[in-house]
Design a protein. Structure first.
Length: 244
């Protein structure tokens, strides 16, 4: 399974510059607020980038001159700890924005987990578009607000939940993303591996493995191979996620 949005139902004008005309995430990203002429203008400074798995996209502390929209694949974002370890703070999917920074420097690093495709923009060029199209800036502010909410949810996840609650909450979040991307909610793909999941959830890899085994024995989930998981009992996993 590869997380890629289904093509939009609406047929956009053929006058839109390629590849924006065929973009499968337009209805999920800030481009959705643009008219065809506005999208045509933005397409002039949009650079489409393809990168293989395990490729660094941006580094924490670097000048935040570029922004990215994920159009295919999965990435991880993380903070580098003083002892050299990484603390994964999130996973990005098609439709997600990458590189929003409060200051002139990136607050985190990003690396591709799978092969990825992205739209790349220069900050200065986007800022000019914001001046012309206020609704575009409003969308970006909403995105920043959503990131803050997700950060708060992550703090709750790490601070108050048990291992089972954390893993079930994580699987449900991936299920929600899969559904948004046109896949079945009960069939999810975990390309990040158990070590990365453990890092994200603040647990050890051994604890993650034991918790996966426990969920399988309880027939809550089933492993279908190569990182694919079937949620066999959606209500059960929801109950476990909230500790009931």
């Amino acid at each position: 399974m590869h997380y890629q949005l289904k093509p939009p139902v609406k047929k956009w004008s053929k006058t839109i510059a390629s590849p924006c005309a065929a973009c499968v995430v337009r209805e999920k990203v800030f481009c959705t607020v643009l008219s065809d002429p506005e999208l045509q203008e933005m397409a002039q400074f949009t650079v489409n980038v393809s990168m293989p798995a395990k490729q660094t996209i941006l580094n924490e502390g670097d000048t935040s001159a570029l922004l990215y929209n994920v159009t295919d694949g999965v990435l991880k974002i993380f903070k580098q700890l003083p002892d050299g370890r990484q603390q994964i703070t999130g996973f990005l999917y098609p439709g997600d924005f990458l590189g929003i920074a409060k200051s002139k420097h990136y607050a985190y690093s990003a690396e591709s987990i799978t092969d990825v495709r992205l739209c790349r923009f220069k900050n200065a060029e986007l800022e000019n578009m914001f001046k012309k199209i206020p609704k575009l800036e409003t969308w970006m502010l909403d995105t920043a607000s959503n990131e803050l909410i997700q950060s708060q949810d992550q703090l709750l996840l790490l601070g108050r939940k048990t291992a089972v609650e954390r893993l079930c909450s994580f699987l449900l979040s991936i299920s929600t993303r899969a559904s948004l991307l046109g896949a079945k909610a009960n069939n999810i793909h975990l390309p990040m591996g158990r070590e990365s999941i453990a890092d994200y959830l603040g647990l050890t890899t051994e604890t993650i493995s034991r918790t996966f085994s426990k969920l399988k024995k309880s027939n809550v989930i089933k492993s279908t191979g190569k990182g694919n998981i079937e949620i066999a009992n959606m209500q059960a996993i929801r109950n476990l996620a909230i500790g009931s």
